[in-house]
Design a protein around this ligand. Structure first.
Ligand code: ADP
Ligand code: MG
Length: 354
């Protein structure tokens, strides 16, 4: 009874937040409320004044459309923080927005998920940015760990769990056991690369130039790793490279499959490599427990089946794969002490294979 009251009181007084600082999307989880902010990781900056003009979907809509002095930037490219100041501005904006949603005055405790393998310097930048933005305490967690916690894999137990988080800039492949990452690999083949694959393919095969947004929409609409019946198709508009005029063309799932084939094979091989170096007992666990897919790339049609076929292990798509990391950060927030050993300390460097 007392414990329940205490928990209730705790929920009422805390405005702690978890942040998934993704390369494509940034999510904010607020304790007791769930995911309250879900915005593209894009910031628009006025170069004349150096001020941030827009953050999130407003800024994304400006990508490729800005007048000279306004630039829309993605502060995280390939999973790496490419612009510290803008990352800080974005974090500050998000923390303030989240704070505005709560009535609490005390600075929040913040758990931030960062891509696997970011450097000490980058982690410190994230920590400082969150502190400058008003956080009372900052805790940093590697995204694959957070995703695994978010989808409630038994990360603490003496059993191997495997998670593959396919985001915008990077794919994290991680094997987890006893609260730690046992084997992991981070590769730069993820959603963005598939978009550029599609742009190149359409240019080479159809002599049409399309933008990134068109490529991404097309990927989401019809990308499939396995043949589809009936055929999926979509009409796209782009600039004819020969005439310079706009032209329409119908693209099918088999076109996209060809476009992204090489990247998908590299991704499948990377998973195999991680499995090949996983200790036998843990590998046996993974074979029994299956592999879980998270991140937006988990939604590519046919990927679970194709991967399962390739490695001979069952593959499952996490429920609501795009929010897994943020939900994990939320679970960590609720019981910070319990997860302390799984968070990253500044001095501690994890082994990275790229
Ligand atoms: P990050 O963690 O890097 O911010 P997300 O996990 O939010 O990335 O995933 C974003 C990526 O997932 C983008 O490249 C987006 O195009 C891709 N994506 C989102 N939905 C789908 C879908 N239904 N099919 C294929 N790709 C998708
Ligand atoms: Mg992510």
């Amino acid at each position: 009874m007392y414990k329940k009251l205490k928990q209730k009181f705790h929920r009422m007084t805390s405005n702690n937040i978890g942040i998934d600082l993704g390369t494509a999307n940034t999510l904010v989880y607020m304790q007791g409320r769930g995911v309250v902010i879900n915005e593209p990781s894009v910031v628009a900056v006025n170069q004349k004044t150096g001020r941030v003009v827009a953050v999130g979907s407003q800024a994304k809509a400006m990508l490729g459309r800005t007048p000279g002095h306004i630039i829309a930037v993605r502060p995280l490219v390939d999973g790496v923080i490419s612009d510290f100041e803008i990352t800080e501005e974005m974090l500050s904006y998000l923390i303030k927005k989240a704070e505005g949603l709560s009535k609490k005055m005390l600075g929040p405790k913040v758990v931030v998920g960062v891509p696997y393998g970011v450097t000490n310097v980058e982690r410190r930048a994230v920590r400082d940015a969150a502190k400058n933005a008003g956080a009372r305490e900052v805790h940093i967690v590697e995204e694959p760990m957070s995703a695994a916690i978010g989808i409630r894999l038994p990360v603490r137990e003496a059993t191997g769990s495997m998670i593959i988080d396919i985001g915008g800039g990077t794919t994290d492949i991680a094997v987890i056991s006893l609260g730690g990452i046992v084997r992991a690999k981070n590769l730069k083949i993820a959603g963005d690369k598939l978009n550029t694959d599609i742009i190149s393919y359409i240019r080479n095969e159809f002599k049409i130039l399309i933008g990134e947004k068109t490529a991404e929409d097309m990927k989401i609409a019809i990308a499939s790793v396995l043949p589809c019946t009936p055929t999926l198709e979509t009409t796209i508009r782009g600039r004819d490279l020969v005439t310079g005029l706009p032209r329409e063309v119908i693209i099918t799932d088999s076109d996209i499959r060809e476009a992204i084939g090489a990247s998908m094979n590299t991704l499948l091989d990377a998973v195999k490599e991680v499995l090949e170096t996983t200790p036998p007992e843990i590998l046996a666990d993974v074979m029994r427990n299956g592999i879980y897919l998270a991140g937006g790339g988990a939604l590519i049609r046919g990927l679970p089946e194709a991967l399962s076929d390739y490695v001979g292990i069952p593959v499952y798509v996490a429920e609501d794969p795009l929010t897994a990391v943020a939900r994990g950060a939320g679970i960590i927030l609720e019981e910070l002490e319990k997860f302390e050993d799984m968070l990253i300390q500044n001095e501690h460097e994890l082994p990275v294979t790229r």
